[in-house]
Design a protein around this ligand. Structure first.
Ligand code: COA
Length: 262
């Protein structure tokens, strides 16, 4: 595994943990950190030992407190557009990683940090986490696809309220509106994410990945095409040894022994 300046990567069992590691600036995302995230997710996406990726932030204060304001402040319009397009590409790369990606949100997830968490498949938040899109307070708008992913998660009305007011919302409220899957005490955050990762890793790898593909790709299609796409991927499952093993194990009343072939 290559080394990174602003990320920590640790693998244990079949889970990889990626930690954004710039705690002095609350893990703010500058261009280098985004480049490293892109590289890390390409590498881990192709890593046959990895079933699930957990993304978190260093320290106990922030997941990611946004795009790096120091880095952005003197950008001209074209450079700012390039930065947004680049960050959007990185977040799409994360969203479309073959493996499920769990955000373990350990503190502030603001602006680009909230957008980064939303690019993950599942969000688990510490009770101390705070979410928000404070960009309009800086004279800008969300530019890492927040105007698109937030309404898809919480609905258009609540997304507009969050983006227009720029106010932070706490973990409970984020859970209530569907922005996070669950809220846990801070000391249980990583364990809780690992437990979920272990549950996923115990299932058929190929089935989990095809399910992710059906969800992500299907939600971008009209429903008739999405259903046909789902049926095609359902059919594809029947080419796998896992389907034979999973169904045989059920009928023989034993636990399945899934392979790790992708
Ligand atoms: N970009 C660059 N630096 C950031 C940052 C960001 N998005 N968020 C925090 N930092 C830096 C601060 O400038 C400060 O640096 P300093 O120690 O050199 O002064 C350090 O991180 C600690 O942050 P600080 O503001 O002192 O902590 P706090 O506990 O008082 O407040 C926040 C925490 C998260 C409420 C506050 O840092 C904040 O509002 N950050 C910006 C959030 C934002 O608008 N993000 C969207 C960007 S598009």
């Amino acid at each position: 595994m290559m080394t990174f300046t602003n990320l920590l990567i640790a693998k244990s069992r079949s889970t990889a943990v990626v930690t954004v590691n710039r705690p002095k600036v609350l893990n703010a995302l500058d261009a280098r950190t985004l480049q490293e995230l892109e590289k890390a997710f390409v590498l881990l996406g192709n890593d046959s030992e990895v079933d699930v990726i957990i993304l978190t932030g260093a320290g106990d204060k922030a997941f990611v407190a946004g795009a790096d304001i120091t880095f952005m402040k003197d950008l001209d319009a074209l450079a700012a557009r390039e930065f947004a397009l680049f960050a959007q590409r990185v977040l799409s790369r994360i969203e479309n990683t073959q493996q499920p990606v769990i955000a373990a949100v350990n503190g502030y997830a603001l602006g680009g940090g909230c957008e980064l968490a939303m690019a993950c498949d599942i969000r688990i938040a510490s009770e101390t986490a705070k979410f928000g899109q404070p960009e309009v307070g800086l004279g800008i708008i969300p530019g890492f696809a927040g105007t698109q992913r937030l309404p898809r998660l919480v609905g258009k009305g609540l997304a507009k309220e969050i983006i227009f007011t720029g106010e932070f919302i706490d973990a409970r409220e984020a859970w209530r509106i569907g922005l996070v899957n669950r809220v846990v005490p801070p000391e249980q955050l990583m364990e809780s994410a690992r437990q979920m990762a272990d549950k996923i890793a115990a299932r058929s790898r190929v089935a989990v990945r095809l399910a992710k593909q059906a969800l992500n790709e299907g939600l971008e299609m009209d429903s008739d095409r999405a259903y046909a796409h789902e049926a095609n991927l359902f059919g594809l499952c029947f080419t796998s040894a896992d389907q034979k093993e999973g169904m045989a194990a059920f009928l023989e009343k034993r636990a399945p022994r899934f392979g790790k072939i992708t």
